[in-house]
Ligand binder design. Structure first.
Ligand code: PLP
Length: 377
């Protein structure tokens, strides 16, 4: 219960400013750009999930990524990033931060070797996304953590796809978990948001300082919605994962599909790493709700699948209660230069599916009719 009211849910404190009782001793809350009680309630929950102090919550996932980069890098510094990564992170690094003098290298992070080769004396931050968007490629977090620790470089993992319910990067040597809480954590298509979770208090303080200086805190109502979504997260993500597994197994057999990427399939090239890293608190090997597939027939086939589905929603989103289909080349990765997109495995016929919470037989029936139409016409 919330301490002051014993309400089972914390109040939504829709208040910009807080009365200061003493002039000399600052109160815990002063102004909602700095902190807010509803935002704090979410931050405490997100921190607890990773045995960390209260997280820092942000207005969007990308503002948490941007804040972390600004907290660790200045002009002249260098960031190493997974090659397979959310297009918005690429855009931020290449089009916003590079002109300000923070450079980035995008490398294959399946093994530590390419990260070791890309390290320079100016490298301050490594950002891994695992599973990567949209190929589901996994990063070797424990191996790369040994490397960054020895080099004194901060290691962050964008853990949006699995969440702390299935993977706790800090337990495997990372310094920071970053989240778009917009996805599985809120989970109901209701609020955008982001979070930084770390056990490094100095880094956390710097992120909070920047959040105040730039003005990127989450709004109280969105924090409340996110906290409400977070409560059943372990149950939801388990069901998202089971649905995605069934959909992946169906797709792997369909003649319109060239191949399916899902860490739960035996054909997944990094199935052993997935089995080592991904686990629910009950010990169940679960791999999240997101999978992707490559269609025979490239861009045109991708567009036809997009247009053919009826139950599945067509959207640029993952991790919600609805099954969502995204054609990467024309949607999420449309801003990424084609060469770079192809190098990252985001090919023209690549379709991403985020398994929702519907009955999986309905989802499979919908995908079957859309795929059958591609094969017959
Ligand atoms: N990280 C990943 C893996 C994402 O998929 C996204 C958004 O799709 C982001 C970060 C950015 O989050 P937001 O849209 O909440 O700013």
């Amino acid at each position: 219960p919330f301490p002051t009211t014993v309400a089972l849910l914390p109040p939504i404190v829709l208040c910009t400013t807080f009365a200061q009782r003493e002039v000399v001793k600052p109160a815990q809350y002063a102004y909602s750009r700095f902190s807010n009680p509803t935002v704090t309630a979410l931050e405490e929950a997100l921190g607890t999930l990773e045995d960390a102090p209260p997280a820092a919550a942000f207005g969007t996932g990308l503002s948490s990524v941007a804040t972390l980069i600004l907290a660790t890098c200045k002009a002249g510094d260098h960031v190493i990033c997974s090659q397979v990564i959310y297009g918005g992170t690429v855009r931020l690094l290449q089009r916003v931060l590079a002109p300000l003098g923070i450079t980035a290298s995008f490398v294959d992070t399946r093994t530590p070797g390419p990260v070791a080769a890309a390290l320079t004396p100016n490298t301050k931050l490594v950002i891994l996304e695992t599973p990567g968007n949209p190929t589901l490629t996994l990063a070797d977090v424990p191996g790369i953590a040994r490397l960054t620790r020895a080099a004194g470089v901060t290691l962050a993992v964008d853990n949006t796809f699995l969440t702390a319910a299935l993977f706790r990067p800090i337990d495997f040597g990372a310094d920071v978990s970053i989240y778009s809480t917009t996805k599985h954590i809120e989970g109901h298509n209701a609020a955008v948001g982001g979070a930084i979770v770390t056990r490094d208090q100095a880094l956390l303080d710097q992120c909070r300082f920047l959040r105040k200086a730039i003005g990127t805190i989450q709004a109280p109502f969105d924090a409340w919605l996110t906290l409400r979504g977070l409560r059943p997260l372990p149950l939801r993500i388990a069901q998202h994962s089971r649905n995605a597994q069934l959909v992946a197994e169906f797709l792997a057999e369909h003649p319109a599909v060239a191949h399916v990427n899902y860490p739960g399939l035996p054909s997944f090239p990094q199935a052993a790493l997935a089995a080592d890293l991904h686990r629910s608190s009950k010990g169940e090997a679960l791999h999240g709700g997101v999978l992707s597939l490559e269609l025979h027939g490239g861009f045109e086939a991708g567009k036809r699948l997009r247009e053919g589905v009826r139950l599945c929603a067509l959207a640029e989103h993952v991790g919600s209660i609805d099954t969502i289909v995204t054609h990467s080349a024309s949607m999420t990765h449309a801003d990424v230069p084609r060469d770079q997109r192809l190098a990252a495995g985001s090919t023209d016929g690549r379709v991403r599916i985020s398994g929702g919470l519907e009955d999986p037989t309905d989802v499979i029936a919908d995908l079957r009719q859309a795929l059958d139409a591609i094969v017959t016409n």
